[in-house]
Design a protein around this ligand. Structure first.
Ligand code: HEC
Ligand code: HEC
Ligand code: HEC
Ligand code: HEC
Ligand code: HEC
Length: 474
């Protein structure tokens, strides 16, 4: 019995040794051949599945962006629905309007008061845009597609090789005409050069926005694709879409309001100067603005940007697969992946890191609720004043306070990290928003009251600081 036992054990050990040796040599092989060129990719290969033949690991992660998992303040919930002819989706994300009906008051008269949902993974971007009820309230322009589809080859084709020309053509089309010319959500070719795989920016609005921002900082003719560092590109590819925007002029040109800088005061000063309004508030008559997902702008004001930590460091962290180190293309909430997203730099237990994030988010959420109550209070008071006969001309100074308070609140409300990307900046903005709404209420009651508007003289544009080469762990 003993002899047989020893024999079995040593046979197993020998087998294990052989298996290990094989495994090591396989891994060395993988390390040497980062990929097998199975297919030839060109500057016109838009289908991510074709790219996936050469890069199966990245493609696998990319496909997983269909997943819906909730975190306390992020991720999303899969809400089943009955598909209809008009909207064939069988699953959507939870409605934010149902979660907080005060949003309908803030956006009264605007398409957002009709349908606004929690955002979900990249795989859904094109269908969620196509089928949102916001498409039924007004005719949307082709510009919308810039951030919801793989656009690079469409721009190139329509512009006969010139993506700026193609971009202008798409912007000027009605949405559903432009929609026929795209097929995929954001794809490999939108972030990568097909030959070198290097990161690149393909969105004209981002190139132009950055050039205007740099000009304000004294850098002429900035070209993001030749002048940005690799670490900067690891955020800029995301900044192509995750930022505040508006449609300029009749041609509906997608424009990022960064001429004076990226801080909220810079952006507000820009809109004051050009007199832009997104719509007229249905209940108060105020000319108001809608802020949209300013992740890039808010991140820029935080300690991580200051320390050179990029979007991709947290949202596409490195992952070891065999001997390869790849970037996780399953772009999602880092709280679903704390070990790889945070613990490479922060040597604290997972629960401690989660608690730090959730503490920041809970504080932001509480302030957001107070600022929202204040704004709805102001809106109700203006409504009552109009019913009592006060004219919009008389109410103009109060409208100005509503416009500013509302944009500041919406800037943090629309930003998707619930304050995490720049906690103190988020808290400051919400506190000032609440103060502005309450001052509006006082002004309605006492015409002699002199409102004090903080930060109206914009700080210098020098707030998009250069990024240090490599971040160090604290
Ligand atoms: C230091 C890490 C870090 C960096 C850098 C970072 N983020 Fe985040 N981001 C987070 C965390 C943490 C959350 C909160 C996630 C949650 O609540 O589930 C978040 C939330 C988000 C969300 C909402 C995700 C969701 O699940 O709802 C988006 C979108 C986002 N970030 C985009 C960006 C972009 C774009 C950049 C760069 C401009 C960036 N982030 C930089 C950590 C980071
Ligand atoms: C500058 C880029 C950009 C443009 C232009 C853009 N979007 Fe988006 N959109 C985003 C980003 C980023 C998200 C995810 C973050 C969020 O929802 O806040 C998003 C989310 C959405 C969602 C899902 C969440 C929701 O709001 O219900 C819909 C629907 C949507 N957009 C529709 C549109 C429509 C319609 C237009 C044109 C009027 C448009 N988008 C233009 C970047 C953009
Ligand atoms: C072409 C525009 C575009 C680019 C480029 C882009 N995003 Fe997005 N992102 C979107 C849109 C649109 C959505 C919302 C899709 C929806 O709700 O259907 C989204 C959603 C997200 C979410 C929410 C995912 C979830 O599960 O809730 C995160 C996180 C995110 N993006 C981070 C990033 C990061 C990080 C980068 C850069 C590596 C990036 N995005 C690049 C347009 C873009
Ligand atoms: C939203 C932008 C974005 C999209 C879309 C995207 N990638 Fe990437 N990809 C990145 C970033 C960021 C990196 C990290 C690059 C770096 O650090 O230089 C990366 C890195 C890579 C690398 C280098 C090895 C690694 O994993 O770090 C390969 C290969 C790659 N991506 C393939 C793909 C393929 C294939 C697709 C489509 C299925 C794709 N990518 C879609 C942003 C993107
Ligand atoms: C690439 C490295 C890196 C990654 C990845 C990273 N951090 Fe950080 N983090 C830093 C640095 C550097 C600082 C600034 C520390 C300092 O200067 O004292 C910081 C600061 C912080 C702070 C303090 C914030 C403040 O405003 O004072 C928190 C909280 C934090 N990180 C949480 C996280 C979480 C959660 C993640 C993952 C989602 C994460 N970090 C990912 C490097 C990183």
């Amino acid at each position: 019995m003993l002899l047989v036992g020893v024999g079995v054990v040593s046979a197993l050990a020998a087998g294990a040794a052989v298996a290990l040796a094989l495994n090591i040599s396989e891994r060395k092989q993988e390390g040497r051949n980062p990929f097998f060129r199975v297919v030839e990719l060109t500057d016109d290969t838009v289908d991510p599945e074709v790219w996936g033949k050469n890069f199966p690991l990245q493609y696998d992660g990319y496909k997983r962006t269909v997943d819906q998992v909730r975190t306390r303040y992020g991720g999303s919930e899969a809400v089943p629905r009955t598909p209809t002819q008009a909207d064939p989706r069988s699953v959507t994300a939870q409605s934010r309007l149902e979660e907080d009906p005060r949003l309908k008051s803030m956006w009264a008269g605007y398409a957002f008061s009709k349908d606004f949902r929690e955002e979900r993974g990249h795989a859904h971007m094109l269908s969620d845009q196509t089928f949102t009820e916001r498409q039924q309230v007004t005719q949307q322009p082709g510009t919308c597609l810039n951030c919801h589809a793989s656009m690079y080859t469409t721009y190139k084709k329509l512009g006969e090789g010139d993506i700026i020309k193609g971009f202008e053509k798409v912007n000027a089309m009605p949405y559903f005409e432009a929609r026929k010319r795209v097929e995929h959500p954001v794809a490999c070719i939108d972030c990568h050069d097909s030959q070198t795989l290097q990161l690149r920016v393909t969105r004209p609005a981002f190139m132009e926005g950055m050039a205007r921002l740099k000009k304000a900082q004294g850098v002429a003719n900035y070209d993001v694709n030749t002048q940005a560092t690799r670490q900067e590109m690891r955020s800029y590819v995301c900044g192509q879409c995750h930022d505040e925007y508006y449609f300029q002029g009749k041609e509906k040109r997608l424009t990022y309001p960064w001429d004076k800088g990226l801080k909220i005061e810079n952006i507000l000063a820009y809109y004051e100067e050009n007199g832009h309004k997104d719509w007229t508030h249905a209940e108060t008559g105020a000319p108001v603005l809608k802020a949209q997902h300013p992740e890039f702008e808010l991140w820029n004001q935080g300690i991580h940007a200051r320390s050179g930590v990029a979007c991709a460091d947290c949202h596409m962290p490195y992952q070891r697969v065999g001997a390869q180190k790849i970037s996780d293309h399953h772009v999602r909430s880092p709280l679903l992946n704390i070990q790889r997203a945070c613990q490479t730099c922060h040597h604290f237990p997972e629960e401690e890191l989660r608690a730090r994030v959730e503490t920041i988010q809970e504080r932001t959420f509480n302030l957001r609720n107070q600022a929202m109550d204040a704004l709805v209070g102001l809106i109700d008071d203006v409504k009552a004043a109009r019913t009592a006969g006060r004219t919009d001309a008389e109410l103009a100074p109060v409208h100005a306070l509503q416009r500013r308070a509302q944009f500041m609140l919406d800037f943090i409300e629309a930003e998707n990290s619930m304050g995490f990307h720049a906690p103190q900046e988020a808290a400051r903005i919400l506190a000032e928003s609440a103060n502005l709404s309450r001052q509006g209420q006082i002004l309605l009651r006492d015409p002699k009251f002199q409102p004090r508007i903080p930060g109206q003289s914009p700080p210098s544009a020098g707030d998009a600081h250069p990024v240090p080469a490599q971040p160090k762990a604290p």
